[in-house]
Design a protein around this ligand. Structure first.
Ligand SMILES: [Zn+2]
Ligand SMILES: [Zn+2]
Length: 309
């Protein structure tokens, strides 16, 4: 299984267009600190790709990864899309893909319904020749829009998220999922929005050969401490990493290879490699995903190779 991190920031990216905080200013000064909005690409054969979440940065992300370059007129190696939730930064990149002759999309029923109700411009994707497949607990084969299998199976487990603000930010089953992608030899877990550390998520984190977990906020009151919002991390549908009942306490024993936090908000102290937070994370054996990070899980003895950009 081949994995490429297309983007690793929460909505807005780093730097965010209207922000001159220390993290955003640092990223303006040093391009290597810039991050696009969180998304990963996964492939069984290195040729055809499943993209998990499609952001408003998808154009730049395709341009930055030669394997996603089109190989013939109107022919893209992107075989299918899976959406973990209906947030604008995770799904509205579909609008950038509107020229697709046909597209294969996978999400929970809740995510599909929230998106189609909230954005009429997405409704063509729910009609032929496109295919919008509903996923849940049971694994299904990922097919491209022509019905050809990508050699991957996928399922979605509920992680207690909220629907997006444009839908009222309400609790709903299937509002946010961890998706588990399996090529028959390895499993990858992708969960950029985690509202609750469920037993199911804990179990899947332990089993996954590679995991990408919600790293939006380091602390519960990160936004209020920086006088940016009165809302807490949990009120925004994201468990914080640190603090009481933060995710790090749970995952600290689930170290090993390929354990990453992703979807970092531009307020997150982890964006500064010299911060205390970064040190704590390194000591816990977890890393932060970076744009361009790529690695493969090979079928021989689970060995892996990785490289950045
Ligand atoms: Zn997001
Ligand atoms: Zn900022």
């Amino acid at each position: 299984m081949h994995i490429r991190v297309l983007g690793s920031a929460a909505g807005g990216g780093v730097p965010q267009w209207n922000c001159a905080c220390a993290n955003c200013n640092a990223a303006r000064a040093k391009p290597q600190l810039r991050r696009t909005q969180a998304s990963i690409a996964i492939s069984a054969d290195g040729e055809r790709w499943l993209v998990a979440n499609v952001t408003l940065d998808i154009d730049h992300q395709i341009a930055a990864f030669d394997k996603l370059a089109p190989h013939a007129p109107r022919r893209s190696p992107i075989g299918a899309i899976v959406l973990t939730d209906a947030n604008i930064d995770h799904a509205f990149g579909l609008l950038e893909l509107r020229q697709a002759e046909r597209l294969s999309i996978y999400s929970t029923e809740t995510v599909r319904d929230v998106l189609l109700a909230g954005c009429s411009a997405l409704r063509p994707f729910a009609k032929a020749p496109h295919a919008w497949h509903v996923i849940g607990d049971s694994p299904v084969h990922v097919n491209d829009a022509a019905g050809l299998p990508l050699g991957l199976r996928i399922r979605a487990i509920d992680v207690g998220g909220l629907t997006p603000q444009y839908d009222g930010g309400r609790e709903a089953a299937g509002a946010a999922s961890a998706v588990i992608i399996n090529d028959g030899a390895h499993r990858l877990l992708y969960a950029p929005c985690v509202g609750k550390m469920t037993d199911g998520l804990r179990k899947e984190l332990a089993l996954a050969d590679a995991a990408f977990l919600d790293g939006t906020f380091w602390t519960e009151h990160e936004l209020s401490l920086q006088a940016l919002s009165s809302r807490t991390s949990r009120q925004m549908g994201h468990l914080p990493i640190s603090g009481e009942a933060g995710t790090l306490d749970v995952v600290i024993g689930l170290g090993g290879k390929h354990r990453y936090y992703t979807h970092l908000n531009n307020t997150n102290p982890l964006l500064d490699p010299g911060s205390d937070a970064s040190r704590v994370l390194r000591d816990a054996g977890w890393m932060i995903a970076e744009d361009g990070l790529a690695f493969s899980l090979s079928k021989e003895a689970g060995s892996a190779t990785s490289a950045r950009r």
